[in-house]
Design a protein around this ligand. Structure first.
Ligand code: GMT
Length: 365
C-alpha cells in the first residue's frame, strides 16, 4: 500500500477538518501518516492505516519564538525516510508548504525525490499569506510545490492576485460526508439559530449576536454558539449587556456538531470573508438554510435567495429581516431547506475524493 503524508493544523479550524476527513477517507487505499504538533481533533481513532507523527519543537530560553517550521521540516524528512512515504499533501500554506518544500530539498540530497501537494484554504492567503512579512516565503513555497490546489475559484483568483504564481492552481472544493439520508424533521416551537467558528475577528461573531438580537424581537428563538477563540469573551459580554443571556448558549469547542445541526433551523455565518465556508456546507447537509455574507468563495456555495441569503458584510439589519421572513414563512422555509440540502449533495465526499486521488495519481501509481 502506498504511503502518503498529510501535514495540517490539528485544530477545529476548517483546514484541519478537511485534512483529517480526507486522510480518513483515503485510508482504505493508502497508509496515511498525519504530521502535526498534536493529533488532529477529528481523528478520534487511529488504525494500522492511519498513523500520527508528533512534531516536537525544541524549547530554549534564547528562542523567543520556538522554531516550529524547522521542527516540522525535520519531522517530514525523518518520517519520509523511516516510512518510505511516496507523497506529502500539506493543508494551509503557512508554514506547512514552506516546511515541506524545504524538506523536499533536504531529501533530494539523499536521492529521495518526493512530490509535495499544497492545498490552499483561505486565511493562509487572504489574511496571513498576503501579509508582507511572509509573502516572499509563501510565494516561494507555492511555486516550489509539485501541485497546488485551492478550495474555491475565489481563493484561486485571490492567490493569483496577491502572489506571483508561475503554476496552475487546481480548484478542488471542500466536501461533506452526509450524516442524514434525508432532511431532519424539525418542529421547534422555539426556533434554533446556530453559529460555529473559531471566534476569530474574521468571523465577526458580534454580528451574530446583533443579528440574533433582531430575530428574537419577532421570533421566539434561541442561539447556540459553538467554538472558542479571541472574541469569545467580548461576545459573552455583549450577550449579557443586551440581556440575551437566557436565550444564548455558548457551548465551547465541540466535535459533536451534528447533533446540534440536526435540530438547527437557521445557521448564521456573517464573516468578513470565507474562501469556502466548510461549516456552512455542514449545516446545509442537514437541510439548514444559511445566512452569510457576499464575500469570498462562499457565494458559490450559499446561493442567495435559494439555499439562504448572502448579505453585505456588517448589514445586520438586513440579515435579521431576512431571517425573520424566512422563519415566519413555512413554504419559503421548506423550499430553502430543500435547496440547501440538494446543493450540499454536489459536495458529497464520494464526488470530491476522486479529484484529490487523481492529483496523487499524477505522481504515484
Ligand atoms: O477561519 C477558518 O474558518 C479556519 C480556516 C482554516 O484555514 O482552518 O478556514 C478556511 O479554510 C476552510 C476549509 O477549507 C474554509 O472552509 C474557510 O472558509 C476558510 N476560512 C476563511 O476563509 C476565513
Amino acid at each position: 500500500m502506498r504511503n502518503i503524508g498529510i501535514v495540517c493544523y490539528p485544530t477545529f479550524g476548517g483546514s484541519g477538518i478537511v485534512a483529517s476527513e480526507l486522510g480518513r477517507a483515503l485510508s482504505h487505499k493508502y497508509t496515511v501518516h498525519f504530521i502535526a504538533y498534536k493529533k488532529p481533533v477529528r481523528l478520534n481513532k487511529l488504525n494500522e492505516n492511519i498513523l500520527y507523527h508528533k512534531v516536537d519543537v525544541p524549547k530554549y530560553p534564547l528562542f523567543e519564538y520556538p522554531p516550529y517550521e524547522l521542527a516540522l521540516t525535520t519531522t517530514i524528512v525523518e518520517v519520509v525516510k523511516k516510512y518510505n512515504l511516496d507523497l506529502i499533501h500539506v493543508h494551509y500554506a503557512i508554514p506547512h508548504a514552506y516546511a515541506a518544500v524545504n524538506a523536499r530539498q533536504i531529501l533530494l540530497d539523499n536521492d529521495i525525490d518526493i512530490p509535495i501537494i499544497t492545498t490552499l484554504h483561505g486565511t493562509d492567503i487572504t489574511l496571513v499569506g498576503k501579509n508582507p512579512y511572509v509573502t516572499s516565503a509563501i510565494n516561494y513555497a507555492i511555486n516550489k510545490s509539485s501541485l497546488v490546489t485551492a478550495v474555491s475559484e475565489s481563493l484561486k483568483s485571490d492567490t493569483l492576485q496577491y502572489f506571483d504564481v508561475d503554476k496552475n492552481i487546481k480548484v478542488i472544493p471542500n466536501f461533506i460526508e452526509f450524516k442524514s439520508a434525508s432532511i431532519p424533521v424539525r418542529n421547534n416551537n422555539k426556533k434554533i439559530i446556530t453559529h460555529i467558528s473559531n471566534f476569530r475577528p474574521v468571523k465577526r461573531i458580534l454580528d451574530v449576536i446583533r443579528v440574533f438580537h433582531g430575530i428574537q424581537k419577532e421570533i421566539d428563538s434561541c442561539l447556540i454558539m459553538i467554538g472558542d477563540g479571541p472574541d469569545f469573551q467580548v461576545a459573552k459580554e455583549m450577550v449579557n449587556a443586551e440581556c440575551l443571556g437566557g436565550s444564548v448558549d455558548f457551548i465551547g469547542k465541540s466535535n459533536e456538531i451534528d447533533g446540534v445541526l440536526q435540530k438547527t433551523d437557521l445557521f448564521l455565518l456573517p464573516s468578513e470573508s470565507e474562501s469556502f465556508g466548510l461549516v456552512a456546507l455542514e449545516a446545509m447537509s442537514f437541510g439548514v438554510p444559511v445566512i452569510t455574507t457576499s464575500s469570498g468563495g462562499i457565494v458559490d456555495l450559499v446561493i442567495d435567495q435559494e439555499s439562504g441569503y448572502t448579505c453585505k458584510v456588517g448589514d445586520v439589519n438586513d440579515m435579521s429581516q431576512k431571517a425573520i421572513s424566512l422563519l415566519s414563512d413555512q413554504t419559503l422555509y421548506k423550499k430553502m431547506s430543500y435547496e440547501a440540502y440538494n446543493t450540499a449533495k454536489k459536495y458529497d465526499i464520494n464526488r470530491i475524493l476522486p479529484m484529490y486521488e487523481n492529483c496523487y495519481k499524477k505522481f504515484i501509481d
